[in-house]
Design a protein. Structure first.
Length: 245
């Protein structure tokens, strides 16, 4: 690790690593350590491009000697497209991880982007409610992995839909503000109820938004509101994404 920064006014644990591969390794090791002390691990993963490196390391690196039959994968969000569409978060995770590891198909809780959006949000919410333990009245994930958009969104909670942060439902329909693409997303209530949340952010194009959130705590951005009520939050950044801190 290049350096840890504890942002005391926000008691954030921030890990800055030299390269993207080092970021993926650090998170991979964190997931492995949590998985190895859990009977059943419920983990929600994000989409976009950033997690690809992590999925590859989870699939191939020996330190990720995880017993996959005890791990259940969910998505933080999914685009309302078919699972074979290049936009699909599931498609990327399947290519990089699920097609390589040996994991029971029942442990993969895909958001069915091909379904009608409102019906799917309800179906997925019910699946989560049935599978996960309840804590403080809401399903509790063991791990939630988040990305960060350069507009400060996380999951599919965009700045113009900031009420989704406190929506008490489990999963809802969101709309991409530029493309109007429908998405299914976990709400901020569920994310902040998790035991452990990690942001994985890489690249110079994210440096400004990372600074807005970590240093300035600019609450116009949804990601600034991710503060697990009972759990732990960590940020894993490469040097490029952290260069304004
Ligand atoms: C999605 C993601 C989204 C993503 C950020 C960062 O479905 O797009 O869940 O929240 O994490 O947009 O995306 P990149 O990793 O591609 O920068």
């Amino acid at each position: 690790m290049l350096k840890n920064k504890l942002n005391y006014n926000m008691n954030l644990d921030i890990h800055i690593l030299a390269k993207p591969a080092d970021v993926a390794t650090a998170i991979c090791k964190r997931i492995t350590s949590i998985a190895n002390i859990s009977n059943t691990l419920h983990i929600a993963i994000s989409g976009g491009s950033t997690p690809a490196l992590l999925f590859t390391q989870l699939a191939y690196k020996t330190y990720a000697n995880i017993n996959w039959k005890n791990v259940h994968f969910y998505w933080v969000d999914e685009r309302c497209v078919s699972p074979i569409n290049d936009e699909s978060n599931y498609k990327m995770a399947k290519a990089k991880l699920f097609s390589i590891i040996s994991i029971p198909s029942k442990n993969i809780h895909r958001i069915k982007g091909e379904n009608e959006a409102n019906e799917e949000a309800l179906r997925y919410s019910n699946e989560i409610a049935q599978q996960l333990p309840i804590y403080n009245g809401l399903p509790q994930f063991d791990i939630i992995l988040l990305g960060l958009g350069d507009d400060g969104h996380t999951a599919s909670i965009f700045p113009n839909q900031i009420t989704l942060l406190t929506d008490t439902r489990i999963a809802v329909v969101a709309t991409h503000p530029k493309t109007a693409q429908k998405r299914i997303s976990l709400t901020g209530s569920i994310i902040n109820n998790a035991k452990y949340v990690a942001f994985m952010v890489m690249g110079a194009e994210k440096a400004n938004i990372v600074n807005q959130i970590i240093t300035l705590n600019n609450t116009e951005y949804p990601a600034a509101h991710i503060r697990p009520s009972y759990g732990m939050l960590e940020w894993f950044l490469d040097q490029e994404a952290a260069k304004m801190l």
